[in-house]
Design a protein around this ligand. Structure first.
Ligand code: ADP
Ligand code: MG
Length: 295
């Protein structure tokens, strides 16, 4: 049944840029006691830019390696790849011709050039390709990560790392307030990310989130939501990307952030058109008020 109250609730939501797909989302929305926020594109703006780089090679080799790096990231659809592409094309680099391009979810990308395998991605991709990171480089990485930056590693399989790039993605100005509003209502707030633990912790600290799951693959994001449900939580998941679709589908209430990937918008049963994260507590308040009117 769809009483008038639900219609009114849906109408009020639309006025505040909250699009509600069905009555059930409002019903469940009134019972939410855990909110899971994706990091990239949800807590952050999803507009990453390269802020620092460190090359660990003879300067004579840099130009051709930059071309290989550009070729790799040009073939990736990841937002981090776009940041690297903008950074390199901005300084006039043109892409090399790659063979055997491969994209590894949650890790990065690989490709072959001149008979050798090159890769760009995170530590787990390095480990799989026997790439070592010297201790002094590791220190630099840790420093950048503590500043909430994501560090990506460029390397040739079986060789020491060639370069590291630090990428910053600004935290949405509304994030801290949104988290505080949720917590004030006794809602537990979690952050999920495929990014590394140190960067994740730095972002979480800036917005007041204590519960963080880092290095999480897309399927594991859904699994995490399911675990919370098993422990008796009614869960709202807020995400933006392809990565988040399984978790959005698993959650009791799913919210896609404005201008998210089409798949996230398809799966989610509430769409937050504005990029203001306080729409999350607003949507839950709307649900509570609507349900109170019904009873
Ligand atoms: P998130 O959940 O934060 O959106 P992903 O699961 O998409 O993160 O990616 C996890 C990590 O894999 C990234 O933080 C990055 O270190 C690495 N990665 C994935 N794709 C790329 C790429 N194209 N270039 C560099 N690094 C990448
Ligand atoms: Mg994301």
């Amino acid at each position: 049944a769809t009483p008038t109250a639900i219609m009114v609730g849906i109408g009020k939501g639309a006025e505040s840029n909250i699009l509600v797909k069905d009555a059930e989302s409002l019903e469940l929305g009134s019972k939410i006691n855990a909110v899971v926020l994706d990091k990239t594109g949800t807590i952050t703006e999803g507009k990453p830019t390269v802020t620092d780089s460190l090359w660990l090679i003879d300067s004579g080799d840099k130009a051709s390696l930059e071309s290989v790096l550009l070729a790799l990231e040009s073939k990736s659809e990841h937002p981090l790849a776009e940041a690297v592409v903008n950074y390199l094309t901005g300084s006039g680099v043109t892409p090399a011709r790659l063979a055997d391009f491969d994209s590894l979810t949650g890790q990065g990308v690989t490709g072959r050039y001149d008979g050798k395998t090159y890769l760009i991605g995170n530590r787990s991709l390095l480990a799989e390709n026997q790439v070592s990171v010297p201790a002094n480089v590791d220190n630099q990485v840790n420093m950048w990560e503590s500043q909430a930056k994501t560090v990506v590693f460029f390397a040739r399989a079986g060789q020491p790392v060639l370069a590291i790039l630090a990428i910053a993605d600004p935290i949405r100005p509304s994030a801290k307030q949104a988290v505080a509003e949720l917590q004030q209502r006794g809602i537990t707030v979690h952050m999920l990310t495929g990014d590394n633990a140190r960067t994740a912790a730095a972002v979480a600290a800036q917005v007041g989130i204590e519960r963080v799951q880092a290095g999480v693959l897309p399927a594991d994001k859904a699994h995490f939501v399911e675990q919370l449900q098993r422990h008796g939580c009614t869960v709202a998941m807020v995400g933006d990307g392809i990565n988040d679709a399984p978790a959005l589908a698993q959650a009791d209430v799913s919210m896609a952030m404005g201008r998210g990937a089409d798949i996230a918008l398809d799966v989610a049963r509430m769409t937050l058109i504005s990029t203001d994260l306080t729409s999350v507590p607003k949507a839950l308040t709307l649900a509570r008020k609507t349900v109170r009117t019904i009873r």
